[in-house]
Design a protein around this ligand. Structure first.
Ligand code: GAL
Length: 691
């Protein structure tokens, strides 16, 4: 059986870099980790030169010494392949292994992830070092699993090397067979882009307008994902030949342009995620009126859960963030390190590994703090880790429990990638995804992202009371069939503006919109427009409740007889636009279909709108009769058999008042609790009940 991420235990770990420290520190470091409750370390992900200092010269002396010590101390190890950082001797001798920018300039040695996935020479070097390491360490008793590379597609998620051009043509040839097929799919008759030979086809590089053929771009994203997945699989297949039964293969994410469901299915035992909630400071202003801040990381955790039902956290924030030249975030306040680790566990992670043990004293990441500062002296964060380790012990019984969701948000990579290249799509998607997440969080409705993968069935969909598929711009018959079955069997589906106007290649359809979704939603989109800036917020009126139809407005008509009480099943107008020249035009239609209902809303979902939907559909506060929770706290629910666990997380600087409305077990504090209860700033409470 796997030693971690096995559905049976929750384990803490840390990332350690033996190559960064004097050997004299190793033993003491390991002792102090174990004493603090760390059972697993991850090592060697950037250490190619320690293993192959010169081309073809392999040595394992350094890691042999370290791993033997780890074994002696009883520390378990995740060993990594070092392919994220090719050595200088390699990139100097074989510059073709480097990634390039759109103009073809090579990214030089000096940081990391500067290679490309498709260089045959790089693949050869990678195969060799992975084969050597896996055969050398495959049976090492300290090793419990392997990490592939480090953060595929971090830093750069686009590739423009010569090898990528060659591989892109191969990818397209496999897909379209002939140049004529490619011309048809990419609509190259537009602006005279017609190709006559494969050698004329290039990566979507620099053009004079800065834009490229959108169908080419969509295929380019698919190509990148395909390249990463193949590269990962090449490594995984080698490791599997040598590793012990029960040892796992994982990688850490999550980044753009990767179909992680495919990677997980083909090559991994489970995914791990790198969680830095303080990026809320680094990436955006930490705005006072931003309701989610670090709580927004729960959205990423829901994403990982969709990729990999069992998952771990390979890097969990434990200190201040910062590279020497960018990304600044403060030190976690007392309690926040615990809050974020328990946020991960609440969402289903059963391995949480802190980044990193001691802060680097050299290099780009001298400000990316770990548990310890440079000196390694005892500090507040280490003390907090010890307390957290005790809490995790008390949560062991929750291992293997499943996150309980009420609502699903449907996704697929075709639409994700289309939204990256198409502004009209991207803007509605961004608003709706953020609003739906925020509204569900504020109303304490646990939700899942549900991806249309090859394996998904209507049965899998049927466990969701409500599904949102906010802007399925690209629709396919297969996906619509599943949705029709879901609704026919009693499900409720909500779709938003811009549904169904593109096919899988990203070409617009000529059917009346919303195309393939017309029948299920009983909706006809007669006209549409971007919300004109001088129209302000266009509102829709749903039985006297006003809600914004944000960004884009589809002007709707019900298909067939409207409001025909006799017919009963006819599509019904529920809301109308309340402003602009289309005031009075239907903005929301509900269609009964089989035993369920499909809703078509003409706008993007602003936050107020998403909240109105939850309320009108009766899905807010699903646990309201058990718990009263303020908006500033998250509720995550996990279940195993007839045991239900409620994780309540307070992200605020202030105390939070909760009310427990029936006797429940307090897993962290012990005993049975009921009635009013105070959660400390950044405090977490985990309650258990047999329901
Ligand atoms: C992650 C990465 C780590 C470290 C950390 C801080 O993205 O995997 O190696 O770089 O961020 O930047």
């Amino acid at each position: 059986m796997r030693q971690i991420v096995n559905g049976e235990s929750i384990t803490l770990g840390t990332c350690y870099y033996p190559e960064h420290w004097d050997r004299a520190l190793w033993a003491e470091d390991l002792d102090r980790m174990l004493e603090a409750g760390i059972e697993v370390i991850r090592i060697a992900e950037f250490a190619w030169s320690k293993i192959e200092p010169r081309e073809g010269e392999y040595t394992y002396d350094f890691y042999d010494a370290f791993l033997d010590l780890a074994l002696e101390k009883g520390m378990k190890v995740i060993f990594c392949t070092p392919t994220a950082t090719p050595p200088a001797w390699l990139t100097e001798e074989y510059p073709e292994v480097l990634n390039a920018d759109k103009e073809g300039h090579l990214y030089r040695h000096g940081t990391r992830r500067h290679y490309n996935y498709n260089s045959p020479i790089y693949q050869e070097f990678c195969r060799n070092i992975v084969e050597r390491s896996a055969s050398h360490y495959g049976k090492h008793p300290a090793i419990i699993g392997w990490q592939l590379d480090n953060e595929f597609n971090c830093e750069k998620d686009q590739f423009y090397s010569e090898s990528d051009t060659v591989a892109f043509r191969r990818f397209l040839k496999e897909k379209y067979k002939t140049v004529e097929g490619l011309n048809e799919a990419w609509g190259t008759v537009f602006w005279n882009q017609t190709y006559t030979a494969w050698s004329e086809v290039h990566l979507p590089g620099k053009t004079n307008t800065g834009t490229v053929n959108p169908h080419q771009m969509l295929d380019y994203y698919r190509f990148i994902s395909d390249s990463v997945c193949r590269f990962a699989d090449m490594q995984a297949q080698i490791i599997r030949k040598y590793c012990k039964a029960g040892d796992f293969i994982t990688t850490n994410g999550i980044f753009a342009n990767i179909d992680y469901q495919r990677m997980n299915r083909e090559s991994l035992d489970f995914m791990t995620y790198d969680s830095y909630p303080d990026f809320a400071y680094a990436l955006w202003d930490y705005r006072e009126n931003d309701l989610m801040k670090d709580r927004r990381w729960s959205r990423n955790l829901a994403e990982v859960r969709a990729m990999s039902p069992l998952f771990g956290i390979m890097e969990q924030q434990s200190g201040a963030n910062g590279w020497t030249d960018r990304m600044e975030a403060p030190t976690p306040r007392p309690g926040q390190m615990t809050l974020w680790a328990l946020q991960s566990i609440a969402h289903g992670a059963d391995f949480v590994s802190f980044f990193r043990w001691r802060t680097a004293t050299m290099g780009t990441e001298i400000y990316w703090h770990g548990i310890l500062d440079y000196s390694g002296r005892e500090n507040r964060r280490l003390r907090e880790l010890r307390t957290l380790a005790l809490k995790v012990q008390r949560l062991q019984e929750t291992a293997g429990s499943r996150y309980v969701e009420k609502v699903g948000i449907l996704k697929d990579y075709d639409n994700i990638w289309d939204a990256q290249l198409d502004r009209w799509h991207g803007r509605v998607e961004e608003v709706s995804q953020d609003s739906l997440f925020t509204a569900l969080q504020l109303a304490h409705v646990p939700f899942d992202y549900v991806y249309f993968t090859e394996e998904i069935t209507s049965e899998a969909l049927s466990r969701y009371e409500v599904l949102f598929y906010p802007h399925a711009v690209i629709l396919t018959k297969e996906r619509m069939n599943l949705l029709e079955q879901y609704v026919a069997c009693g499900g409720r589906l909500v779709m938003g503006c811009r549904t169904g106007y593109k096919d899988l290649g990203g070409r617009c359809v000529m059917e009346h919109l919303p195309g393939l979704a017309a029948k299920l939603t009983g909706t006809d989109v007669v006209e549409y427009s971007f919300v004109a800036p001088d129209d302000g917020r266009v509102m829709a009126d749903w039985d006297g409740t006003l809600m914004e139809a944000a960004v884009f407005n589809d002007l709707l008509e019900p298909l067939g007889a409207e409001n025909d009480e006799e017919a009963g099943a006819a599509p019904r107008v529920l809301a109308r636009y309340a402003s602009s020249y289309y005031k009075g035009t239907p903005a929301l239609i509900r269609n009964h279909y089989g035993r369920g209902e499909a809703y078509y809303f003409g706008g993007a979902f602003a936050l107020d709108t998403a909240r109105v939907f939850l309320q009108k559909l009766g899905i807010g506060e699903p646990y309201g009769d058990l718990l009263r929770i303020p908006e500033g706290c998250e509720l995550a629910v996990r279940r195993k058999g007839n045991h239900t666990y409620f994780f309540l997380l307070n992200y605020q600087k202030e105390m939070a008042q909760i009310e427990i409305r029936q006797p429940m077990r307090d897993l962290l504090e012990g005993g049975t609790v009921q009635g009013p209860r105070t959660l400390e700033p950044y405090g977490v409470c985990v309650l258990g009940a047999d329901i």
